[in-house]
Write a protein that binds this ligand. Structure first.
Ligand SMILES: O=C(O)CCC(=O)C(=O)O
Ligand SMILES: [Fe+2]
Length: 334
């Protein structure tokens, strides 16, 4: 399944920051101004920062606890991490070693290690799959490092808080597409969201552009909510002039970037923009993307307002689950 071929962003020079202070205000002028900002960012850039995150359910200690848990996990010996290697899981849950994944087919592998998991309830049994019965494409239980209970607790707490923020964003995206505000509500009931905890070792000396932290790629789901470790520049976003624009960590914000499910669904009215990460800081870098998709049984049929005589439908219609599964297989299944 090829990635979205979209990439029609503008020649932007910076990533916009969208202030969510007024997200709950119903005053039509205020609401319209916010939706207009979101629409511009989604059609021209495909990336934006949201601020202030602490007002939307993710206080600073939650990030700090998760970062501490990541450091402990990635510091474990490789053999211990490989006990929960993602290749042992039917849907690649668990640990992925440095260079085991490859997001850019022309690259030689991603210089990162990671840990991936999907939805489970905060108070659920450790090994239970929480996927509803109708969701057979991607159901597979999460696998956790048994020796680090605090890792699971911190990661799940962050996951649930970020998920809540994601649910706040869908109505803005719907309004930006001139759809009813609740358009995505019945299509995002099962939290088809995968979260990755990532560690990028530093790269020293001459750097081979084919081996970087994560090669040039688009994300797969509707949007990604990305936390970046403060103080380290690594993420870069490709604009229409084929320039890499830095997306540095900004205190109090998270990065939101649109993915291929939304690009397909909107027939490329919204852009799923190519990006990569390169850690040349000399220090370890950690980041946390949460990929928020639509429910796996949803068919990505082009949204009516996004198809016209000038803009014929570009993509074969498939379900979100089929799409994600094909991309996972292409990235880790080799
Ligand atoms: O680590 C980052 O800043 C970006 C990660 C990313 O693009 C991804 O995991 O899809
Ligand atoms: Fe990405």
């Amino acid at each position: 399944m090829p990635p979205s071929t979209n990439a029609h962003p503008s020649p932007f020079k910076a990533i916009p920051i969208i202030d969510l202070t007024n997200i709950a205000r119903t005053d039509p002028d205020i609401r319209r101004a916010l939706v207009d900002d979101v629409k511009r960012a989604c059609t021209e850039v495909g990336f934006f920062y949201v601020a202030p995150v602490k007002n939307h359910g993710i206080p600073e200690p939650v990030f700090e606890r998760t970062l501490a848990a990541m450091r402990t996990f990635f510091d474990m010996p490789l053999e211990a991490k490989l006990e929960i290697e993602n290749k042992k899981s039917p849907n690649f849950k668990g640990y992925s070693a440095v260079l085991s994944g490859n997001n850019d087919p022309s690259g030689a592998g991603d210089l990162q290690e990671g840990f991936e998991f999907g939805y489970e309830p905060l108070d659920g049994a450790a090994s239970a799959s929480a996927r509803p019965a109708d969701d057979d494409v991607m159901s597979a239980p999460n696998v956790w490092p048994a020796q680090l209970p605090e890792f699971r607790a911190a990661a799940l707490e962050y996951y649930h808080r970020a998920l809540r923020l994601g649910h706040l964003l869908f109505p803005l995206l719907a309004l930006a597409l001139d759809l009813p505000e609740d358009f995505f509500a019945d299509k995002t009931k099962h939290s088809a969201a995968l979260m990755r905890l990532l560690h990028y070792p530093p790269q020293f000396g001459a750097v081979d552009d084919r081996v970087i932290g994560i090669g040039a790629h688009t994300d797969w789901e509707c949007f990604t909510i990305l936390w970046q470790q403060p103080g380290i520049q690594a993420l870069q976003v490709l604009n229409a002039s084929k320039e890499w624009i830095d997306a540095p960590p900004i205190a109090g914000t998270l990065v939101i970037n649109l993915g291929d499910e939304l690009a397909r669904w909107t027939n490329d009215v919204f852009t799923s923009t190519v990006h990569r990460a390169v850690n040349r800081s000399g220090a370890r870098r950690y980041s946390i993307p949460l990929f928020f998709g639509t429910d796996y049984d949803v068919r990505l049929e082009p949204i009516p307002g996004c198809v016209s005589a000038d803009r014929p439908a570009k993509y074969e219609v498939i379900t979100a689950g089929e799409y994600i599964k094909a991309r996972l297989q292409a990235t880790y299944g080799h």
